[in-house]
Design a protein around this ligand. Structure first.
Ligand code: AMP
Length: 397
């Protein structure tokens, strides 16, 4: 069964065509920096590699490019679009409606639309991906796999906010958690790698969006993103934790418009707000050239992660491993080093040489005598979505 996985994010689309159950990746690629003059388009099969920098203004344009190449007579990987039987979509917010992978129907699409307000940077792009895929691959079954599902296991003490109970009971205001597909894949891979089903793991997903999850015996027990993907760590353009009183001060005392404040906290804050750069590569380059604001932003970013590691080690009453994943986590030895420096009291001892190695696959970054393992586990949300989609479609057909 050929399953096309679409992971349509805030500024990127990652895609893979995976044959299941063999898990063979037939084609993979990404469209990065959507909206810019210099978007990166990648498409790779066993025989063909396309890598271009071009203007891609919208997600729709990016998805159309992918679809055209897949069936292209020279570069394509399938003869006809109808060979793609299933499209598995990453959908960020499933609210309380979706706690498992779901076949896409008009009702499901409406429900995902209802959740736009809760994930304004993601659900609209996920929905657009669904809509466009239905148009281009009308014969394929569409499956939505939700980022919130893995965190359904949070205990109430971690899930609830200390606000009046009726807001939880009647309006479902709670921690939903995100990046669940990634955390599920990475924590399971870590458990298998360590051969330790009974384990206390902190999974640190550092991409454009960032989050951290405490995982006990494979189950999510606490997590840094909250009601929406805005809380917790410092992200590319999102502030993460702030004192909510700042919002009222901005509006009531400084005269900001509420919508402008919301936009500012989601799109102009985080690393971008601190340095002008959304992309950590740019922040690191500036810091290396001596830019003090960029160096401080990296230190703030690492400091926030360290605080969460301390909190989650306490929440779990122990720690077997910390795991870095996603674009920044897998590639930035600089940020990993800043996070792991001065954490020896917790048993986190980094091998600086191992941290600088640039190798594919799972990396071990701890010293031989480190009580806590430090790993890099490349995330594979696409494979996780393929597995979940295949299981669902196989069950119902
Ligand atoms: P993701 O959301 O997982 O695709 O990650 C995207 C982020 O990864 C971008 O903000 C990039 O800054 C970051 N990234 C990718 N490659 C590197 C690298 N070599 N060093 C630092 N950050 C990187």
């Amino acid at each position: 069964m050929k399953i096309l996985i679409l992971n349509s994010g805030s500024s990127s689309i990652k895609y893979q065509l995976i044959d299941m159950p063999s898990e063979e990746v037939l084609c993979k690629g990404l469209v990065e920096r959507i909206g810019s003059e210099e978007a990166l388009f990648q498409y790779k099969t066993a025989k063909v590699t396309v890598e271009e920098t071009l203007q891609i203004k919208t997600h729709k344009q990016g998805l159309q490019l992918i679809a055209e190449l897949l069936v292209d007579s020279k570069k394509g990987i399938v003869g006809q679009a109808n060979e793609i039987q299933v499209i598995g979509h990453r959908v960020v917010h499933g609210g309380t409606t979706f706690s498992a992978p779901t076949m896409v129907t008009p009702f499901v699409k409406d429900k995902i639309k209802d959740l736009f307000a809760l994930a304004p940077l993601h659900n609209p792009h996920n929905w657009e991906g669904l809509d466009l895929a239905e148009e281009i691959f009308p014969q394929a079954k569409q499956v939505a796999v939700f980022d919130t599902a893995f965190h359904q296991t949070l205990p109430l003490k971690a899930k609830k906010y200390a606000i009046p109970n009726h807001l939880f009971d009647e309006h479902k205001i709670q921690v939903y958690g995100f990046h669940g597909i990634s955390h599920q894949y990475v924590s399971r891979t870590t458990i298998n790698h360590l051969n330790k089903p009974k384990s206390k793991i902190i999974c640190i997903h550092l991409g454009n969006g960032c989050s951290i999850t405490a995982v006990v015996d494979g189950v999510s027990v606490d997590h840094s993103l909250g009601f929406t993907p805005a809380n917790g760590l410092i992200m590319g353009s999102r502030s993460g934790d702030i004192d909510h009183s700042i919002i009222f001060y901005l509006v009531e005392t400084l005269g900001y418009d509420l919508k402008e404040v919301n936009r500012m906290l989601l799109k102009d804050s985080g690393m971008k707000g601190l340095t002008g750069f959304n992309d950590l590569r740019d922040v690191q380059a500036a810091a290396e050239k001596g830019d003090i604001a960029s160096d401080l932003a990296l230190e703030m970013n690492a400091y926030r992660i360290k605080k969460y590691i301390g909190a989650y080690a306490t929440a779990m009453n122990g720690l077997d491993a910390i795991v870095f994943t996603a674009g920044v986590g897998e590639n930035s030895s600089e940020l990993r080093k800043r996070v792991c420096t001065g954490m020896d009291f917790l048993g986190i001892l980094m091998d600086d040489g191992a941290n600088e190695k640039r190798e594919a696959g799972i990396l071990e970054l701890h010293t031989s005598d480190s009580p806590v393992k430090i790993l890099v586990v490349p995330t594979n949300e696409e494979l996780e979505i393929a597995k979940q989609s295949f299981k669902l479609v196989s069950l119902i057909t």
